[in-house]
Design a protein around this ligand. Structure first.
Ligand code: PCA
Length: 209
C-alpha cells in the first residue's frame, strides 16, 4: 500500500474542538490503496510545518493532504495556492502574532498546490458534498503549513495540498454554516480516492500542463 500523510489541527482561538481533527479521527486507516498515516499538528506558525515535513520524510509519504477548519465557509475548500505571507488576526497556540512577515524569507510569493485540485473538487462533488476550489488558504497557520510543505518538497516527487473543512453540526456554533460530520468525512474520502487515480510522478499536476 502507498502511504498518504493526512494531518489535522488541534483546536485554536479558544475553541474546544476543531472540525479537521474530528474528521481525521472519523476517517478509516485506509482509503482505497492508501494507508492513512494520521498526525495532529499544533496551531503554531513554523512548528506545524516542520512537524509535517519531518513526518512525511519519516513515513516516506509521496502524498501529503492537510486538513484545517475554516469557520464561516459553507463547503469544503480545496486550496489551490499557498502564499508566502503570515498576517495573523489572533495569536497562534504558542502566542505568536506575526504581521506582514514572510513564511520563508526570500521564497517565491506563492506556490500552486501539487495535488490535482480540480479533480479533487469534481470527486467531492461526485460524492454529493458541497465543495469549491479556493484561491486563498488565508494568511494564518493553515496557509503557513501549505506554503512551507510546497516549498520543502518543490522539485521532488512528494505532492502536497490542503482542504479546509467547514464547522460541523456537532460543534453547535449558532449562526455559523456547518455540515454533518459524516458528510465532510465522505467528501474527504472522495478526495483521497481521486488522488489514487492520478499519476504518481511529478512534474506536478498543475494548472499549466
Ligand atoms: N484553521 C486555521 C489554523 C488551524 C485551523 O484548523 C487556519 O485556517 O489557518
Amino acid at each position: 500500500m502507498k502511504t498518504l500523510l493526512l494531518t489535522a489541527f488541534e483546536p485554536f482561538g479558544g475553541d474546544a474542538r476543531n472540525a479537521s481533527l474530528e474528521v481525521l479521527r472519523a476517517l478509516p486507516d485506509a482509503v482505497g490503496s492508501f494507508r492513512l498515516h494520521k498526525r495532529v499538528l499544533p496551531v503554531e506558525f513554523g512548528t506545524a510545518a516542520r512537524m509535517a515535513e519531518a513526518e512525511a520524510r519519516a513515513c516516506d509519504a509521496r502524498t501529503v493532504l492537510c486538513l484545517g477548519q475554516a469557520e464561516g465557509r459553507p463547503s469544503l475548500s480545496v486550496e489551490a495556492v499557498g502564499l508566502n505571507l503570515r498576517d495573523a488576526r489572533i495569536p497562534d497556540n504558542a502566542g505568536a502574532l506575526p504581521k506582514d512577515t514572510p513564511v520563508i524569507p526570500g521564497g517565491p510569493a506563492a506556490y500552486f498546490s501539487t495535488l490535482p485540485v480540480k479533480a479533487l473538487v469534481e470527486a467531492v462533488k461526485g460524492a454529493s458534498v458541497p465543495v469549491s476550489l479556493s484561491y486563498s488558504a488565508g494568511v494564518y497557520v493553515c496557509n503557513d503549513l501549505l506554503y512551507s510543505l510546497l516549498h520543502a518538497f518543490r522539485d521532488t516527487d512528494v505532492r502536497a495540498g490542503f482542504i479546509h473543512v467547514p464547522c460541523l453540526t456537532t460543534q453547535a456554533k449558532p449562526g455559523v454554516p456547518c455540515l454533518p460530520p459524516e458528510t465532510v468525512v465522505r467528501g474527504v474520502s472522495a478526495a483521497i480516492g481521486a488522488l489514487e487515480s492520478c499519476r504518481d510522478a511529478l512534474p506536478a499536476i498543475g494548472f499549466f500542463d
